[in-house]
Write a protein that binds this ligand. Sequence first.
Ligand code: FAD
Length: 436
Amino acid sequence: MEKHNTEDNLFDDGGYDAVVVGSGYGGSVAACRMSMAGFKVCLLEKGRKWEARDFPTDSLKIWSAVRMDNRNLGLSFGPKDALFQVHIQDDSLAAMACGLGGGSLINAGVMLPTTVRARRDPKWPKAWDKDWDRYEASASDMLKTQSIPTKFQNSKIMQEVIDKEYDKNDDVPLKLSVNFDMEEQVSKSGRSQENGNCLACGNCLAGCPYNAKNSTDKTYLVSAIQAGCTINTECEVQYVIKNKDESCKQEQRYKTRSRRRWLVFLNEFDYIESDIVILSAGVFGTAKILFQSQLRGLPVSQKLGSGLSCNGNNVALIAESSAPLNASGLNRKQFSNIPFQERPGPSISSSYTSSLGFTIQSAVIPTAYPCFLFKGITTNGYQSTNWFFLDIIDRLKHIVGSKRNQAMVLNAMGYDSNNGKLTFEKDTNRIMFQPP
Ligand SMILES: Cc1cc2nc3c(=O)[nH]c(=O)nc-3n(C[C@H](O)[C@H](O)[C@H](O)COP(=O)(O)OP(=O)(O)OC[C@H]3O[C@@H](n4cnc5c(N)ncnc54)[C@H](O)[C@@H]3O)c2cc1C
């Protein structure tokens, strides 16, 4: 994919109709659709472009791709534009991605149909409801979502549990934005792609090393560039202010430029002019830009920082199960002798949503994840405080070829009360969070 990353490109052309900040789902869709509609669009992304070969595939390599901000220990380390941005505060952990593609680089690519409950939420404009299905189908088409071609071991176990516990299971089959039939697709369309086929290695959550995930850098952003969008990576937006006469006078060197309504600052001196600014830098990133803009005089809602929701995410590690779960990621050497259907599978290959509203998904732990990245882990038969040691024992057993395949992660999501809070610490320029 072509990349535009020079300052000349950024500043020397009279500003933009729209500047989009961030390249996750929010930013990529906005940049793509506006470029296709004929707007002159510039997308700015803090992180770098990640190639499949760059994604960490073992627990040593992952440390060069992590930035950890631990408020409890007062400790921050790792590159500022690391792929994984991990914030630990009190008993909570927030993990997000940084790179061209945002969260889509390291997520599981699950696309669940929007629940009726979410669609009817009065926070959404009423007019949206009638077009919801059409837009969902369009997103699914763009992200090339596919059903999982086989039932992997951990899905079978999940299914057994669900069948035992519940009379009927109305769940629709899970779809992922992952290529399972690439060879077929390529031969049908005649396209030569940089995309690959899923090898069921279970490493999606550390970035797909085989190019099988349809992250936004391979989908929406390709279309955005084709429609003329300028994309700049390694470009962190600091704040946004209205383009008033006073602020223009201060910067003589930009006098010849056409006037646009907003100034998007990358540092205290350099800015880009735009008529529309879309802040889609994720929850933390967007809040930080707004707080910093507020400090420079931008009037913002009093509600800024309130209403934080976390879906009540909770992660549980099941270890020492009597059934083989095959839910630890494998590297190419480890899985090449194992038939496809006996491999771990994609990170999430089964998902169950109860009528009470919570969802449980079975997940595979990537080879690269260090065990202590998870919070709130409980283990089968062990006290939850011993999870760290249990995982180490489990890893050792795996090295000597025994029981690592008897562990898996369950991801449970519910609804929280949306009353979490984000605040901004001026002295350190950091976002603090208080989950619901
Ligand atoms: C491990 C994991 C698994 C997940 N699995 C799924 C799943 O299977 N299905 C699903 O639907 N959702 C999943 N999610 C959630 C989903 O990935 C996020 O909801 C989604 O990525 C949010 O999109 P976004 O565009 O709002 O922000 P993000 O994807 O977070 O993108 C924001 C981007 O903005 C950039 N940015 C931040 N600050 C600045 C700045 N100042 N200037 C410029 N750029 C900036 C960041 O680097 C980032 O690239 C998962 C999330 C995680 C962490």
